[in-house]
Design a binder for this molecule. Sequence first.
Ligand code: ARG
Length: 460
Amino acid sequence: MNDSKLWSGRFNQPTDAFVEAFTASVAFDQRLYHYDIQGSIAHARMLARQGIISERESKDIVTGLERILSRIESGGFAWSIVQEDVHMNIESALTAEIGAAGKKLHTGRSRNDQVATDIRLWLRDEIGELRQAILRLQQALLDLAEREADTIMPGFTHLQTAQPVTFGHHMMAWFEMLQRDRERLADCNKRVNTLPLGAAALAGTTYPIDRDYTAQLLGFERLAENSLDAVSDRDFAIEFTAAAALTMMHLSRMSEELIIWSSAQFAFIELSDSFCTGSSIMPQKKNPDVPELIRGKSGRIFGHLISLLTLMKGQPLAYNKDNQEDKEPLFDTVDNLKGSLRIFADMVPAISCRKDAMRAAALKGFATATDLADYLVRLGLPFRDAHEVVGRAVSLCVEKRCDLTQLSLEELQGFSNLIREDVFQVLTLEGSVAARNHRGATAPDQVRAAVKQGRERLTC
Ligand code: ARG
């Protein structure tokens, strides 16, 4: 059975061997077997319920498909490129298994609506897993943020010291990025979770099918409303890849920070040995390979987004064989995103903060200059004038190679006679972060409140 093609009726010549290999997708789409069988079982049940095939035939189809499923899972199924793709491999095996009833499975269906259904079923599950993987990473970040809510580091703009922040606050920024990523996937899933089956090749079918029933069996939330669109739409895949690309972009930025922070020049953090590797020539090296690789992998996922957009842009309605090319970019996106999320979540709890180095860095670069300006504003100076006064004080420090806190009270008063002894309190790192004490800001208490609220947001 496996050596004759299901569509060979109108052909007189056999397929060229290289064409056969070139057009086959079974090497990669066999990954969809579980969903292909799930979709076929629902289709067969619907056909029987509508009296299009008999109950007996439907039962035989279902048991046959279940036997094939276990054979695939035990590794005892022989995939063949002669049968081109996952769909025809399974259908021809079914007929070999149960005889004539197997030939009725494809009634009122085409591979065009079948493949679209399979990918949606698969992607729906993968989106669920990816959302879980993001959630796990978010949980790790919440724990780390809580642990380091009081740890002070320099906050940067332009990678130049800007103002002191807490490490916990920085981790909560990552948390927010991932929260949006998780929401985006849930939103994308609304459109993924749509049933194409029933569109058949492109125009619908002449049999009295019940698409609502098939949708119900497969747990689809809605039906694709136009048969031409149902078989040709791949925006759901593009949208998913765009959401995945954004998540990878975030992971890449986070990786970049871990790489910088773990360098000898920053030395803010130490990554666990299990996430680093050594050098074959330089004995001292401990390289942050894991974050580097994640940063690198973002490239291929951005590429998949462009591949899918380009794949679709020139296609007239409805199905075209071009669409077979949607699978490898999608599979690769899911695999690499899932792997990156998993490893990131494992890596985060093992980050250790070198608090002294962070503190020393925060003390360099006049991180509390804005606090001094705000102090002067509280004493009645307009902000622009305060900015100017502090700028001059900083310039003196640069000349003297010292920090603002190292200027004497007299020196400071030389810039503004509003300045009093209590100015030194304002110039401390602790004073600076504690003063930013409102929702969304860096004060340790606010970070703890954000962590608490973050835990609640994870449940929705
Ligand atoms: N392997 C094909 C794909 O992935 C299945 C659909 C084939 N349909 C067709 N009319 N040739 O798109």
